[in-house]
Structure formats: structure tokens, C-alpha cells
Design a protein around this ligand. Structure first.
Ligand SMILES: Cc1cc2nc3c(=O)[nH]c(=O)nc-3n(C[C@H](O)[C@H](O)[C@H](O)COP(=O)(O)OP(=O)(O)OC[C@H]3O[C@@H](n4cnc5c(N)ncnc54)[C@H](O)[C@@H]3O)c2cc1C
Length: 425
């Protein structure tokens, strides 16, 4: 019998558990360790932050689903992973042993790296549903007394798509309320150009997103380093290609949402061999940790080097479909190892993303996500907004039912030649 443990019950960890189930032998046991009883669908947080969704619309009671699927669910959270002892210490002082561990702990949000940043400082966040609820309260106050808005992503950030989404969604909502004319908007980003996305662009995201910014009258500052945030004021340095500060600007704001840099969560940070200096889980091309081969990493918590140097540091986003490809490869590999076979399944890291702008949006396909690519496509249209709503409903239904990839999804993905693994075991 083997004990297989998934640490983290977010987007990656939850579907990891569902995909592992059919890979286990009858005698094996599957445990998921989460933080609290509920799952929330992170990509819908921007909608929560302006009241297009309630938090209850995007949450799922995991205890109930896991019970139905016969998966042991521990909601107390992990304090520390001890990979040399194959043990996880939980927040309540108890421990869980494992034969195989999959780490899917997502990001720790490094607000503390910029003075005044984040929901405990002077900017809002959409990274967690708790933050999105708080951002909604701030937005309600803002519309009573509108003023300038600053939205973006700070130095070291890797997740830029939601920053664009939020800027455009805010614009849509303000136009609906007929107060957009009272709101100067600025997009501030570490990216070297609009549409870079931490990926050196996908298709013509540069042209598409720049044009969208112009159409919506949103000004932008690229290669930006946020020095500090004070109540109603953000100090931003514009950095040249030589790394020198070209200009320092003080941006007044009445409302601001800035995505922070990510790092690994405290439970895994600073473990020699397991994580890099920033706390991201080191993995090989099978999602497996080289120092502790019974440990795998999936999702935002894994270490991926930047696509290339930028004047202000940027990271590579780990997007939903890319994470699903990590999950499928990991499930196949653990299934093989349990049967004494080698782990040979490699994820494609293909990306297919829908970025909603409130009334239209941009879709892109990057195969693989990291350039150079075999497929490099992006397109804009109203259909993207509706496709994103449909995807939200579909994904949440899968989480509630305990399903990962129904046969019809596999069929469609095969038809459009969007594969999750390079080699299927
Ligand atoms: C606002 C936002 C919008 C996004 N929108 C999209 C999108 O539209 N499309 C797309 O492709 N990608 C999107 N992404 C990127 C990515 O798909 C999501 O970030 C996704 O949620 C990442 O999945 P994950 O499992 O790696 O991390 P998460 O979903 O964040 O899950 C990590 C889980 O680990 C848990 N955890 C952490 N520490 C511990 C511990 N010590 N013990 C137990 N549990 C722990 C956390 O509570 C959390 O539940 C978005 C990201 C953000 C931030």
C-alpha cells in the first residue's frame, strides 16, 4: 500500500487529486491537505472585486466532494514539509507520512517587498477571494467619490493577464455607471512592453492590448518599478534598458489594484534541494524534484526561469491549461511508479487562455507556453467574454463533481490538437 499526498487544494491540487484516483491501486490511500474547507476559482476573483460575482458563486465545499470520492481531506494546512523524513507537519502539530507527495501550494504573495503594497497597505488585490471581497468594498466607496485609478503588476510579478483583465473590466463597469469620464486610468507594469505578459508576447498581444488600451483611454507605464505606495499616492520609477532610472513619477490614485511578485509558501521555502532561493519547487521535465524523486511539483509553486532578461524583473505566468498539463503528467508518472515502472510522462506546458475585458476579450494559444513555439496565436472578440463565463461554469461543475477531464473534453482537445502530455503511458 502507498500513501499519496497532495499538498494544496487550489486549481492544480484539486484536479490533481481527481486525476490521481484512477491511477492508484485499490490498496493505495489518497490524502489532500488544504487550508480551510472550501475551494475558490481564482480566475473569477476580478469579477468578485467589482460585484459581478459573489464569493459563494465561485466556491466549492471540498470536504463534501472529497468524502464522496473517498479521498481523505485535511483542512488544517501544512506548517512544514520534511522531505528527508517523507513527512508533512500540519498546523495543528500532527503529521502526515507519504510515499509520494505532490506539492501544489500556489504562490505566497510578496506584498511586503514594496512598502505600502497590498490589502494591508494602500492597494487592493484580486489574488485571493478574501482580497477580492475587500477590493469590492473599496470599489463601492470609490464610486461614491471617483478619482484616478492605477492598476498593474509590480517588479518581479509573473501574472500579468489578470492585471489587464482588471483594468479593462473596471473600465467597462465605470462606463456602465456613466462615471468613466471622471476617472483617469493608468496601467503600471514591470513588463518591457504592453502585451509582453511575462512570455515575450503571444501572437500579436502587443498590438491587441496596446490598441485596447488606446481605445479605452488607459495610459500606461512599462518597465516600471514601484518604489512605495502611500495613501492615495504611488511612486514609480521608469527604468531604461541599461537598468538606470530614467524618470521617477508620483501617481495620485483614488483606487489601485496591483499584482505582487510571487514566491514559494513558507511550508516549502528554504528547504535545500526542494526549492530555489525564492521558494519555488525545483522540478525536472517530468514534474519531479531531482533531490527528492518521490516529490512532484505542479502549478504556480514550481520554479520556471524567466523567458529572457527584462530591464525590470518579470516572471513566467503559470496558466490554467499549462497547470492541467503538469497535473496529467504527474498523475501518469505516479501511477507508473506505483506499478514499478519508470516515470516517463512529460507535460507539454501548452497554454490556452481567455482574458476577459468585461464586454470583449483576448484569447491566446501558445504551444508550448515558453517560446520559441509551434503555435503562437491570439485573437480578440466578444465571444471571449462569453467563452470565459462558460469556462467558469464548466470548471466549477467539474470541481463539484470530482471530475478532471471528462471524455468529451479529451475528445475536443484532441480534435484541436491541444495536448497535455508529450508521451502518454
Ligand atoms: C487573479 C488571477 C486570475 C487568474 N486568471 C487566470 C485565467 O483566467 N486563466 C488562466 O489560465 N490562469 C489564470 N490565473 C493563473 C492560474 O491559473 C491561477 O493562479 C491558479 O489558481 C493557480 O493554481 P495553483 O493550484 O498553482 O494555485 P492556487 O489555485 O492558488 O492553489 C494553491 C492552494 O494551496 C493552498 N496552500 C498554500 N499553502 C498551503 C499550506 N501550507 N498548506 C495547505 N495548503 C496550502 C492554498 O490555500 C491554495 O488553495 C490567474 C491567477 C490569478 C492570481
Amino acid at each position: 500500500m502507498a500513501d499519496v499526498v497532495v499538498l494544496g487544494a487550489g486549481l492544480g491540487g484539486t484536479i490533481m487529486a481527481y486525476e490521481l484516483l484512477p491511477q492508484l491501486r485499490p490498496e493505495d490511500r489518497l490524502t489532500v491537505i488544504g487550508q480551510g474547507p472550501r475551494y475558490h476559482f481564482v480566475p473569477s476573483n476580478p469579477w468578485v472585486a467589482i460585484g459581478w460575482r459573489d464569493r459563494t458563486d465561485i466556491e466549492v465545499d471540498l470536504e463534501d466532494v472529497m468524502r464522496r470520492k473517498d479521498i481523505r481531506y485535511l483542512k488544517q494546512g501544512a506548517r512544514r514539509v520534511h522531505p528527508r523524513e517523507n513527512r508533512i507537519e500540519l498546523e495543528d502539530g500532527s503529521s502526515v507520512q507519504y510515499d509520494y507527495l505532490v506539492i501544489g501550494t500556489g504562490p505566497d504573495l510578496a506584498f511586503d517587498e514594496v512598502p505600502g503594497l497590498g490589502p494591508d497597505g494602500h492597494t487592493q488585490s484580486i489574488c485571493h477571494v478574501d482580497h477580492a471581497v475587500k477590493a469590492k468594498d473599496a470599489f463601492d466607496r470609490f464610486v461614491q467619490s471617483p478619482g484616478p485609478i492605477v492598476v498593474g503588476a509590480v517588479q518581479g510579478a509573473s501574472c500579468f493577464g489578470p492585471a489587464y483583465e482588471f483594468a479593462f473590466i473596471l473600465d467597462t463597469e465605470l462606463r456602465k455607471r456613466r462615471i468613466r469620464d471622471r476617472v483617469p486610468m493608468t496601467y503600471v507594469t514591470a513588463e518591457p512592453y504592453i502585451g509582453h505578459l511575462g512570455l515575450d508576447g503571444v501572437g500579436d498581444t502587443k498590438g491587441l492590448l496596446e490598441s485596447e488600451m488606446r481605445e479605452r483611454h488607459i495610459k500606461w507605464i512599462t518597465s516600471a518599478r514601484v518604489k512605495a505606495v502611500e495613501p492615495g499616492k504611488m511612486t514609480v520609477e521608469e527604468v531604461g534598458d541599461d537598468g538606470k532610472v530614467r524618470n521617477t513619477r508620483e501617481l495620485p490614485f483614488a483606487y489601485s489594484m496591483m499584482l505582487p511578485a510571487f514566491r514559494g509558501v513558507p511550508a516549502v521555502r528554504g528547504i535545500e534541494g526542494l526549492t530555489n532561493p525564492r521558494g519555488f519547487v525545483l522540478i525536472d521535465n517530468k514534474q519531479r524534484n531531482p533531490a527528492f524523486p518521490n516529490v512532484f511539483g505542479i502549478g504556480v509553486c514550481v520554479a520556471i526561469p524567466p523567458v529572457g532578461p527584462t530591464a525590470v524583473p518579470t516572471g513566467v505566468p503559470k496558466t490554467g491549461f499549462m497547470i492541467e498539463s503538469m497535473v496529467t503528467a504527474t498523475a501518469h508518472n505516479i501511477g507508473a511508479l506505483l506499478r514499478g515502472k519508470p516515470a516517463v510522462s512529460e507535460p507539454t506546458w501548452n497554454a490556452m487562455c481567455l482574458a476577459d475585458f468585461g464586454d470583449n476579450g483576448v484569447a491566446f494559444v501558445a504551444q508550448p507556453q515558453i517560446p520559441p513555439r509551434n503555435v503562437n496565436w491570439s485573437s480578440k472578440g466578444h465571444w471571449v467574454h462569453y467563452a470565459k463565463i462558460a469556462f467558469e461554469k464548466y470548471f466549477l461543475r467539474k470541481i463539484r463533481r470530482g471530475e478532471s477531464e471528462p471524455f468529451y473534453e479529451r475528445f475536443v482537445l484532441n480534435r484541436i490538437n491541444l495536448r497535455k502530455t508529450k508521451e502518454t503511458v
